[in-house]
Ligand binder design. Structure first.
Ligand code: PLP
Length: 377
């Protein structure tokens, strides 16, 4: 089984903080497709000569990018002898924590905001056997409680304040750079707790052997310094939901609200790292309304065949808007992280499909009429 892909720790072992003593807890996460968009750029003003790709992270084992960080966090927790892990979550972190804990023989405690988690994510946490703790509060409340309880109970935190999470998540930037044979000009990404954008910046930076003197990220430990693979880094562009956009308000948002529950976060734990990534790279932050987010979720599905959850559509919606208004230069190579799968949140998806399902008698004539009446003009 020499060529069997066995997950991102084994794939990038020499670039990650693991040793022979680290038990690898993996579900073969990573190695997700980088899909070139076939229709949307050409349908966008100024988009005809843009090469646009989505990194479809919904195709990870628990259907979001959280698996990349979780394989690292749980493997390191196992190495340190942990028996239990804990996280606050808008849903996907709890699904990933629960799955990797199950595999490692650990107990996962997950704190979720009552009534604000997509149905698929709750189903996952329950099936994988996590102890699900609903709190009457939002993600930010859960995060504060997790930080405090970890000081008083024997549980390892696996939220992205755990530095091993970002180390795992940086590998998506390695994969993008390897797939393109170069760095993209712009990398666009949804921002919630702001760990992922920070992880990608570490990854893109390590790929080009950046100058560590000024780098706050790798502290001189960058394994690519001696052997850079490329010479550039992308501009990092972070998009938020308008009702949960602390980077646009320059500080905490007290009662974050958005249909994109995965990024319904008002007090991002990696605020400073993400801000530094965007500033250093010459990128920017921007925001999208729930209407724009849902419209793009649907367009991505029915024009490109890519079904993602609402939070994930934010990167593509923002990128296409910035292509149209010229902020993203003509001729650019643009990559977008599409963070999670659409099947996570079937309720929101069905609610925005207005066309009724056709119901007919089970006979040939009725089926024929249904087809002939709906052929493209
Ligand atoms: C966690 C998550 C995000 C936000 O990532 P951060 O690292 O918290 O900024 C975006 N989309 C989905 C689907 C997520 O699960």
């Amino acid at each position: 089984m020499q060529n069997h892909y066995s997950g991102l720790i084994n794939r990038y072992r020499e670039r990650l903080p693991v040793s022979d003593k680290t038990p690898v807890i993996s579900l073969c996460e990573g190695d997700t497709p980088l899909i070139k968009l076939a229709n949307l750029p050409a349908e966008t003003p100024n988009g005809a000569d843009i090469s646009m790709y989505v990194k479809f992270e919904g195709l990870n084992p628990t259907a979001s990018f959280k698996d990349r960080g979780m394989t690292m966090a749980v493997s390191k927790a196992a190495e340190e002898g942990a028996k239990a892990i804990v996280c606050a979550s808008t849903g996907n972190t709890s699904a990933a924590a629960a799955a990797y804990a199950a595999r490692a023989g650990m107990t996962a405690f997950v704190l979720i905001p009552e009534g604000k988690i997509a149905m698929g994510k709750l189903a996952q946490a329950m099936m994988y056997g996590a102890v699900v703790i609903q709190i009457r509060g939002n993600f930010d409340d859960g995060m504060e409680l997790v930080k405090r309880v970890a000081k008083e109970a024997p549980v390892a935190i696996v939220n992205s304040i755990n530095p091993f999470r970002l180390q795992g998540q940086k590998t998506a930037a390695f994969e993008i750079t390897e797939a393109l044979g170069r760095a993209p000009d712009y990398h666009c990404i949804p921002v919630g707790n702001a760990g992922n954008i920070s992880g990608y910046w570490i990854g893109f930076s390590e790929m080009c052997g950046h100058n560590t003197e000024s780098c706050t990220l790798c502290n001189g430990q960058c394994p690519f310094l001696a052997d850079p693979k490329v010479t550039t880094r992308p501009r990092m562009v972070g998009y938020q939901a308008a009702g949960a956009a602390p980077f646009m308000r320059n500080g905490k948002v007290e009662n974050p609200e958005t249909v994109a529950t995965a990024i319904r976060i008002g007090n991002p734990q990696s605020f400073d790292l993400a801000k530094a990534a965007v500033d250093e790279s010459g990128g920017w932050f921007d925001e999208l309304t729930d209407e724009e987010i849902l419209a793009m979720q649907k367009r991505l599905a029915n024009r490109e065949g890519i079904f993602c959850e609402p939070a994930s559509a934010v990167s593509v919606a923002g990128a296409l808007r910035d292509i149209e208004n010229g902020k993203i230069a003509p001729g650019s190579v643009v990559t977008c992280t599409v963070t999670g799968h659409g099947l996570k949140d079937p309720d929101v998806a069905i609610a925005q499909c207005q066309e009724p399902v056709v119901t007919i008698d089970a006979n040939l004539e009725a089926v024929k009429q249904a087809i002939l009446g709906n052929l493209p003009g």
